[in-house]
Structures are given as structure tokens and as C-alpha cells.
Design a protein around this ligand. Structure first.
Ligand code: AHG
Ligand code: MN
Ligand code: MN
Length: 337
């Protein structure tokens, strides 16, 4: 029997109908976001042709170079989301502070956090990039959202997801009832259900890490990576190394195939505390929500990502995420030191 054709809009709507108390606000919010994703996808696919290729020469708050497509994606999401009446505030990896909803528009009860274009340094080489998003319910009183509404533990997320602009454009989301993937058919402009109820394998055969940083890692991480390279058919080793350098693309592959992604803390010269690179609110938390929904795990090595109380908007954390048995095994190595 062939599979039913289901658009992401219908999928979201049917999920909403399971909840008689739902007002339709979240559904409306997601539809606006899906529109933004289609616009960004279209532009990413034209990147090699568009004059906007290249760097602006400016840097974002993390000190990274900002390509014009980052700015474009950020702007598209803002313009698709500011006037729908569903949001009270937004925050983006590309903006220093929270992004208020203009006073002329009505405010809603949701908060949107996003990384508009993850892996953007890869664009010039035609490597996959993505958009990551995270939605919370407003918690403060009053109609305007505040920074407090954005500094939230990942377990409080209402929806998390990403769009990966790869060999095709795929949207993956979870509203806390499993993880579902949709592939964009560019001819009809619709995301169609292609990966219902994704479960990540309990154990994989892939590890994804920037091994150039090996000298900055702690002993446990080094021993773990060396262990994965040993030859032992009984335990499925050696693992294969796969690292694109776009978190969203590395995560998506490992979610489907199983395995482990690591961006551990680095002990950099001149820095007193070891630091991770990836951002808690825009990258780690939403992907942790998805991986747990798919049966996997996400940790800093010390704590569950979803339980971290954020201190500031652009906080970075170590991120170890993937198949449950692989992450557990990593923790075992880390605890042995
Ligand atoms: P962004 O493009 O949003 O700044 O994120 C880049 C991130 C992430 O996508 C990727 O996993 C990581 O940077 C790669 O870092 P390294 O180049 O240090 O490996
Ligand atoms: Mn990113
Ligand atoms: Mn980014």
C-alpha cells in the first residue's frame, strides 16, 4: 500500500485537533515559520547565482564572520513572524539582544528563538546549511516579551525543529509527540511527510567531531575517540568519522543513521574556563529536545542539556548528542577521566 500524501500544514493542524484547548495560535505560528523556510530555501538554492554571495565584512556577537545569507535569513524570519500576532518576543543568534515585536502589531503568547542560518561558512562550497528554531510559551506578565521569557530551560520548549537545506530541503519538528520529517517538493511548494515518527538508533557507527581540536580536549574525550577507532567487530568498531561542519547537517544524518556528535569543551590558551562552541538557546537546546523525542540523549558531559538554566542569551555549552548507548558510553569515559 502506498503512503498517504500529507503536507506539514495538515500534520500540524491534525496535531492541534487532538488538543481541544488549543487556540490555533501555535499552528498559525508554525505556518508563518514554514513560509519563511520556503523563502530561505529558495534563496539558498540560488546562492551560487546570486550576487549576494560573499562576506559583508562585519562580525556577529560571537565574533564570527556574517555572510549575507545569514543576514537575509534573519531578516526573512523576522519579517514573516513579527506581525502574525502569535509572538511576544524573538531572539536570534545573529542579534545581540532580544528582538521585540513592533508596537503596532498585536502580541501573542509565544517566544521564538532561532539560528537563522547554521553552518553558513559552508555556503560558498555548496555544503548543506540549516535553520534551527525553538518555541516557548511566554512566562512573564504583560504583553511584551522580555529576556526572561527567552532564558529558558530546554525542557520547557513547546516545539523545536530545524530545516536542512541539503540535496533536498527537509523540515524536522517535534511538538513533544515524536519527531516528524517533511521534504519540500519545490515544484508544488509544499513540505510533504517523508519521515513519520523518527526514532534514532540506540547505537550507531558514526562519530562526528572536529578532531583538529584534539589537543584542547580533556583526557576522557581523547580516550573515547581513540576507543572508537580500535578494530573490534564484536562491538562494531572502528566507527566511521563524518563531520560536515554544519551542526544541523551533522545532526540530521546522525539522527537518521545513529551515532554521536561531539563539540566538547576546549581548554583554550588564555581562557581560564574550558568552553564549548555551540549556543545553548539557538543550537543545543532545540536539537536536544528533538534527539530526546527520538529516543537519544544530549549532554554537556556533566548535565543534561535540557535542564540547563541559561544565564545569558548567547551562552555556549559543550554538546554531546546522539544515540543513547553511544552518549552513555562517552559519559563512562569522561567519568573515568
Ligand atoms: P553558525 O554557522 O550558525 O555560526 O554555526 C557554526 C557551528 C555549527 O554549525 C558547526 O557544528 C560548528 O560551528 C563547526 O565548528 P568548527 O568549525 O569549529 O568545527
Ligand atoms: Mn549555528
Ligand atoms: Mn548561524
Amino acid at each position: 500500500m502506498s503512503q498517504k500524501i500529507v503536507t506539514v500544514q495538515r500534520h500540524v493542524l491534525e496535531a492541534q485537533q487532538q488538543h481541544p484547548e488549543a487556540t490555533g495560535d501555535l499552528t498559525g505560528l508554525l505556518w508563518d515559520l514554514i513560509l519563511a523556510a520556503k523563502v530561505i530555501s529558495c534563496q539558498v538554492n540560488k546562492a551560487g547565482l546570486a550576487q549576494i554571495l560573499g562576506l559583508t565584512g562585519s562580525h556577529n556577537v560571537h565574533g564570527d564572520e556574517v555572510t549575507k545569507l545569514d543576514v537575509f535569513a534573519n531578516d526573512v524570519i523576522y519579517r514573516a513572524m513579527d506581525h502574525g500576532g502569535h509572538l511576544c518576543v524573538m531572539a536570534s543568534e545573529e542579534a545581540d539582544d532580544i528582538i521585540p515585536i513592533p508596537s503596532r502589531f498585536s502580541k501573542g503568547k509565544y517566544v521564538l528563538l532561532f539560528d537563522p542560518l547554521d553552518g553558513s561558512s559552508n555556503i560558498d562550497a555548496n555544503v548543506s546549511v540549516g535553520t534551527i528554531f525553538s518555541i516557548y510559551r511566554k512566562k512573564t506578565l504583560g504583553s511584551d516579551g522580555t529576556v526572561e521569557d527567552c532564558l529558558r530551560k530546554g525542557i520547557e520548549q513547546v516545539v523545536a525543529g530545524y530545516i536542512v537545506y541539503g540535496s533536498s530541503t527537509v523540515l524536522v519538528y517535534s511538538a513533544g509527540y515524536g519527531v516528524h520529517g517533511f521534504t519540500l517538493d519545490p515544484a508544488i511548494g509544499e513540505f510533504l511527510l517523508s519521515h513519520p515518527d523518527i526514532k534514532t538508533p540506540k547505537k550507531g557507527k558514526i562519530y562526528s567531531v572536529n578532531e583538529g581540536n584534539v589537543l584542547q580536549w580533556d583526557e576522557g574525550t581523547r580516550k573515547y575517540i581513540n576507543y572508537l577507532k580500535e578494530d573490534d567487530a564484536a562491538t562494531g568498531r572502528p566507527y566511521s568519522a563524518r563531520y560536515v561542519g554544519s551542526l544541523v547537517a551533522d545532526f540530521h544524518r546522525n539522527l537518521l543513521y545513529g551515532g554521536i556528535f561531539l563539540y566538547p569543551a576546549g581548554h583554550k590558551k588564555g581562557k581560564d574556563k574550558p568552553q564549548g562552541k555551540l549556543r545553548l538557546l539557538y543550537e543545543a537546546s532545540p536539537l536536544a529536545f528533538l534527539v530526546e523525542q527520538a529516543g537519544g540523549m544530549a549532554t554537556t558531559g556533566r548535565e543534561r542539556i535540557l535542564e540547563i538554566e541559561p544565564e545569558h542569551l548567547h551562552q555556549r555549552v559543550p554538546l554531546i548528542i546522539g544515540s543513547e548507548q553511544d552518549v552513555q558510553q562517552y559519559l563512562g569515559f569522561l567519568n573515568q577521566g
